[in-house]
Design a protein around this ligand. Structure first.
Ligand code: TYM
Length: 323
């Protein structure tokens, strides 16, 4: 199956990105055809500093590779290295109803958070649909916050096929219940724009500070702690299997548990989990040309796959005027 997903290089990647998408993609690469990309065109909707965008794009590439994305098994590239995606965006734009885009929560949420209300931000879901349809993505692993965008991509694919004849695969969202919405340290969805993230490769001091500031309730020490809506429990559970989760639950329900102790423990769990990847990440970051070569190679493979769908779309809408 062709599995495809993208991530914005719009800031340091965090636990929400990792469990919602990155780790799941890395696991999928074993038995599937994996297409994974860094969406720097999308990041232009919120990053207006060219040097910062360059840096964040390179950093995100290092992060993904260090975490185990295998560029020989998968197609891994930077969105803007296949600029054909912007051409497809235009073809899709003309069959995308305004109402469909007007209903998107993400546009409203982002403008409410201070991201400028530009045409690019409004048309963001069309570019995202193009990302998926250009490569014939069948299954798209994402967090729940992308569910509506996936619905737009499906609608657009169906509308295009109905208007111009069978052209695109209609993609399916793939959201994993356990990781649908990873909470941030304040209990809202973990998000770069809420400033509530736990970054994957933060230094120890920052990581400790973040973990120690996870929001907890004021249940007295000698009472059982709630599980439902408990951010500390939810974040810890990300790192546990079913047995581990059952044990953690038991500890929370047993009077005497101190949140402060659990936080210290969780700090160590996160630090130790990412420690081996961090070493590899530092190695990659110091070998820029090596990483750039990998991304170039990925772009060549992606471009080949894109040609099939773009040619078909151009023909089906009638841009092949010489025929
Ligand atoms: P982005 O860059 O905001 O996030 C990347 C991925 O991480 C997931 N995610 C989360 N999952 C669970 N809990 C969280 N707190 C959390 N925060 C982020 C996101 O759901 C996403 O899967 N529009 C996309 C990027 C994109 C894309 C695509 C995705 C562009 N083109 C084509 C799939 C297919 C975005 O902004 O993701």
């Amino acid at each position: 199956m062709r599995i495809l997903s993208g991530i914005q290089p719009s800031g340091a990647l965090h636990l929400g990105n990792y469990f919602g998408m990155m780790n799941r993609m890395i696991k999928y690469q074993q038995n599937n055809e994996l297409f994974c990309f860094l969406v720097n065109y999308h990041a232009l909707t919120s990053v207006f500093d060219a040097n910062l965008l360059r840096k964040q794009t390179f950093d995100a590439a290092c992060d993904f590779l260090a975490l185990g994305l295998d560029p020989d098994k998968s197609v891994f590239w930077i969105q803007s290295d296949v600029p054909e995606v912007t051409e497809l965006t235009w073809l899709l734009s003309n069959i995308t109803g305004m109402g469909l885009l007007e209903r998107c929560h993400s546009y409203k949420d982002k403008t409410a958070k201070g991201i400028p209300a530009s045409h690019g931000l409004f048309a963001y879901p069309v570019l995202m649909a193009a990302d998926i349809l250009l490569y014939g993505g069948e299954k798209v692993p994402v967090g729940k916050d992308q569910k509506q965008h996936l619905e737009v991509a499906r609608d657009v694919a169906i509308r295009f096929n109905n208007t111009y004849g069978e052209t695109f695969v209609v993609p399916e969202p793939d959201i994993e219940d356990n990781f649908a919405t990873v909470p941030g340290i304040d209990g809202q969805k973990m998000s770069k724009s809420y400033g509530n993230t736990i970054e994957l490769f933060a230094d120890e001091k920052t990581l400790r500070k973040k973990v120690m500031s996870i929001k907890t309730d004021s249940t007295p020490v000698d009472e059982p702690k709630p599980i439902e809506g408990n951010v500390l429990y939810d974040l810890y559970a990300l790192f546990l299997d079913d047995k581990g989760k059952a044990e953690l639950k038991e500890r929370f329900l047993t009077p005497g548990l101190r949140y402060g102790d659990v936080k210290k423990e969780l700090f160590e769990v996160i630090r130790d989990y990412f420690a081996p990847y961090k070493k590899e990440r530092d190695r990659l970051a110091a070998d820029k040309q090596y990483v750039l070569d990998i991304m170039q190679k990925g772009a060549r493979k992606a471009r080949q796959a894109a040609a099939v769908y773009l040619e078909r779309a151009r023909r089906n809408v009638g841009l092949d005027y010489n025929n």
